[in-house]
Design a protein around this ligand. Structure first.
Ligand SMILES: [Zn+2]
Ligand SMILES: [Zn+2]
Length: 275
């Protein structure tokens, strides 16, 4: 029996955590998605505030230590702010491989910079886990039946998405992307082709987007059209706008379903197994 490609959302909110009651149905933690395949160590995408709970769960699952990879899309706060609170980093029996499209030194410095006085009391070198920093080039990374390929996105200061292929299934993680740049949009459509699941930056409604051009995010409407064009199985609206209540997210999901029927809103704790 082929292995299953599994995915779980630990953080689905955009820009800043929103722990207010009206948002908790979909979730208030910022970007963090976990993938598992076969016996491979967990593959984590982004270190938003959702990374904190994931770290605690990993410590419970692997009480005598373990390893994981954390891939970053970019270094905006909402994608790295969970790193200082990722508990396995404080343990010498854990090995953590940080990955991004940047030079290893840039990756290391970018993560270390948010962890120094006066912004944070514990500096990165004081962490006890074994850490490494790896650059994912355009060819991506192949590991025991899993392939992780980067996708260039359009976002202030840059951002990349990832396509994960394993066991004949595929999931595309495309957050922090503003549509409208023809070459990038074309590249994303090609890379998303035939995926089982497309996770897409749907921060804005089309109306909201008009006054937020250049802020680096897209709309549910573009996501729905992209899902159709790329022929994916399912669209997951992600990076929810902080002002969007559960009611608001449900409303845009409904609108998106009119264009692409198999659309859902990303929900913290949602888990899927493909295969
Ligand atoms: Zn973001
Ligand atoms: Zn961003």
């Amino acid at each position: 029996m082929p292995e299953q490609l599994e995915m779980r959302f630990w953080g689905v909110r955009g820009s800043i955590p929103t722990p207010e009651a009206a948002n908790l149905g979909y979730g208030g933690n910022t970007s963090c998605v976990e993938f598992r395949y076969g016996g491979l160590p967990p593959m984590i995408f982004d270190g938003g505030s959702g990374l904190r709970q994931l770290g605690l769960a990993l410590e419970r699952e692997f009480p005598s230590g373990g390893e994981c990879r954390i891939f970053f899309t970019h270094f905006h706060w909402d994608h790295i702010q969970g790193v200082p609170f990722f508990s396995p980093m404080y343990r010498p029996d854990w090995a953590i491989r940080f990955c991004s499209s940047h030079e290893p030194e840039v990756l290391e410095t970018s993560l270390a910079e948010q962890m120094r006085p006066p912004f944070f009391p514990v500096t990165m070198p004081a962490k006890r886990a074994v850490r490494s920093h790896e650059q994912v080039d355009g060819n991506g990374l192949a590991m025991d039946g899993v392939r992780v390929r980067p996708i260039l996105l359009h976002h202030p200061n840059g951002s990349i998405g990832y396509r994960v292929d394993a066991g004949g299934h595929s999931i595309v993680y495309a957050t922090d992307h503003e549509h409208g740049d023809a070459a990038t949009d074309r590249g994303l459509t090609e890379q998303a082709a035939g995926a089982d699941i497309l996770i897409y930056d749907a921060q804005y409604t089309p109306d909201e987007y008009e006054s937020r051009r250049g802020w680096g995010h897209s709309t549910w409407e573009r996501g729905a059209h992209l899902a159709r064009q790329a022929g994916v199985q399912q669209l997951v609206l992600f990076h929810h706008e902080p002002l969007r209540s559960d009611e608001g997210v449900s409303a845009i999901v409904k609108e998106a379903q009119a264009i692409f029927a198999n659309t859902i809103g990303a929900t913290e704790g949602w888990h899927v197994s493909l295969g």
